[in-house]
Design a protein around this ligand. Structure first.
Ligand SMILES: Nc1ncnc2c1ncn2[C@@H]1O[C@H](COP(=O)(O)OP(=O)(O)OP(=O)(O)O)[C@@H](O)[C@H]1O
Ligand SMILES: [Mg+2]
Length: 491
């Protein structure tokens, strides 16, 4: 963070100094919201959460070295008192960003792939200048300004992940750190329940390109019609990426190896170079192209882009982590989160990776899908039921629509094993309404109440050489299944 005296912080946030705060005391960062992360020079921001109130930890933060606390009420230690700490944090980040004209802000949004793309792009910009990017998915009203506040005079690139849970959110985040380059990946069905439809999601994501200046660049996915339509909504220049022959930055001759990793020729107007991704799943091509297009706009040579993309390992946890157990079982841990689109991508990756090996999947009901929830979850069940699985395990109480979809696709419930393992199941008497896929055994679908039951059931069936996909929404915590099976303490 750029050093700021408390008097200036009070001015920016329209706050008042209390607790004998020295107006000349200088905050050098980091700005933290967890008192345990406070170090000398920090500013501790007190948030009142549902369970804990940050104000109760003010003294602890100052003891650890925090110069002061940004708070909504006096806390007996030096503090800047404001009406609303979240608004004050945003104001502070806005002011700091405005004082860094030499730092280029690149915003990444979309329904799926933001973190992956952000990580790839930050890797690319790091080749040409000091870069800050959020850790993981720190992309909301709090994480976004905290990331921006890490920037200082040396920062050349800020690669930010912008997420929207409603119309207006991205416009708000873009006001804090005005982007010069805006990357829009795709418009899918994540959070469709809160938005109320794909059009509303497109409207929200498009706020990123509306925020771009005339001398900025909108990096848009030529293969996604709802993203392509955003070209109308920006005064910035548009650079297209994708598989389409019309895309400025595109992938040609895409192949996928037996581990599900894609290789392709990266083509740009200034040349082409071969890329072999270490990231799993063919959808990584789309994310790599988006990062490549933004980097191309920043002047990186295509050979450097291709080299870096080929060296990038997955950086953020539980996204397509592929691990081989000593006994030859391969676990694909994609449990970070799930929506209908990423579910499809994950099953695609399983298909590519498994080949002729026995396939298993453990999944859970998707959330935040609103009125269409049952239909979309049934679709997930159909997808899983027709994915050539030997066994499908559905975790949680709300598994009904997935189970129905899986049955409709030909999967059969596992009455016998469920009884033995003490887990619930759908009625074995109910016949599936379609035939099993030709040439293979039917998928056996088991409903398990929780993670521990899923682990127990899987341990009973997995054999050397099997491949297991673990994929569910964040709240299901299915990464614990993967960790337990890989010898961790997830149980
Ligand atoms: N381009 C893509 N199309 C479809 N699915 C994708 C794509 N990129 C990533 N995914 C899948 O989406 C999930 C989340 O990926 P990632 O974390 O990169 O996305 P995100 O947009 O940052 O998600 P979040 O909104 O949870 O922060 C993973 O399961 C990943 O495999
Ligand atoms: Mg993310």
């Amino acid at each position: 963070m750029i050093p700021l005296p408390l008097a200036r912080i009070a001015e920016i946030t329209s706050g008042a100094l209390t607790g004998m705060a020295d107006p000349r005391a200088v905050v050098r960062g980091p700005v933290v919201i967890d008192s345990r992360a406070a170090v000398p020079g920090s500013l501790f921001v007190a948030f009142k959460g549902e369970r804990a109130d940050g104000h109760d930890f003010a003294a602890q933060a100052v003891e650890a070295g925090a110069v002061a606390v940004l708070a909504e009420r006096p806390v007996e230690v030096p503090a800047v008192i404001v009406g609303d700490t979240q608004a004050a944090l945003a104001a502070l980040a806005t002011a700091v960003c405005a004082e860094l004209p030499d730092s280029t802000v690149i915003g990444v949004t979309g329904s799926a792939g933001k973190t992956t793309t952000k990580d790839l792009l930050a890797r690319l910009t790091s080749r040409i200048g000091p870069t800050i990017a959020p850790a993981g998915s720190f992309n909301n009203e709090i994480g976004h300004p905290l990331t921006v506040l890490k920037a200082d005079e040396t920062t050349r690139y800020q690669v930010l992940e912008l997420s929207a849970r409603n119309v207006g959110h991205i416009a708000h985040l873009a006001r804090i750190a005005p982007p010069k380059i805006g990357v829009v990946l795709n418009v899918g069905t994540a959070h469709i329940g809160v938005f109320g439809g794909k059009e509303a999601i497109a409207r929200a994501k498009g706020e990123l390109v509306e925020a771009l200046p005339a001398d900025g660049v909108a990096v848009l996915n030529a293969d996604d019609p709802l993203v392509a339509a955003m070209a109308e909504r920006t005064s910035a220049r548009v650079t297209w990426y994708g598989r389409a022959a019309t895309a400025t930055v595109r992938a040609e001759d895409v192949t996928v190896d037996d581990r599900g990793r894609a290789s392709f020729t990266l083509r740009t107007p200034s040349g082409a170079a071969p890329v072999s991704l270490r990231l799993y799943g063919e959808h990584a091509v789309e994310n790599a192209l988006a990062a490549a297009a933004a980097a191309y706009e920043l002047g990186l040579p295509v050979t450097t882009i291709a080299e870096e993309l080929s060296e990038a390992e997955p950086r953020s946890r539980w996204r397509m982590e592929v691990t081989d157990r000593a006994d030859g079982v391969t676990v694909i841990n994609d449990a970070y989160n799930a929506n209908p689109d990423s579910m499809r991508a994950a099953f695609g990756a399983l298909d590519a990776l498994a080949g002729t090996r026995r396939r298993f999947a453990v999944i859970a009901s998707l959330k935040e899908l609103g009125e269409e929830s049952d239909a979309l979850n049934e679709g997930v069940g159909r997808l899983a039921g027709s994915a050539g699985l030997t066994g499908l395990f559905v975790v949680g109480e709300d598994a009904g629509p997935i189970l129905a979809g899986a049955r409709a696709a030909g999967a059969v419930p596992d009455g016998l094993r469920d009884a033995a393992a003490g887990t619930e199941t759908v009625s074995p008497a109910e016949p599936p309404d379609t035939a099993a896929p030709p040439g293979g055994p039917r998928t056996v679908v088991t409903h398990v109440p929780d993670v521990a039951a899923a682990v127990a059931a899987l341990e009973a069936v997995l054999k050397p050489g099997d491949v297991l996909l673990v994929k569910g929404p964040r709240v299901a915590g299915l990464e614990r299944v993967a960790e337990a099976l890989l010898g961790g303490d997830g149980r």
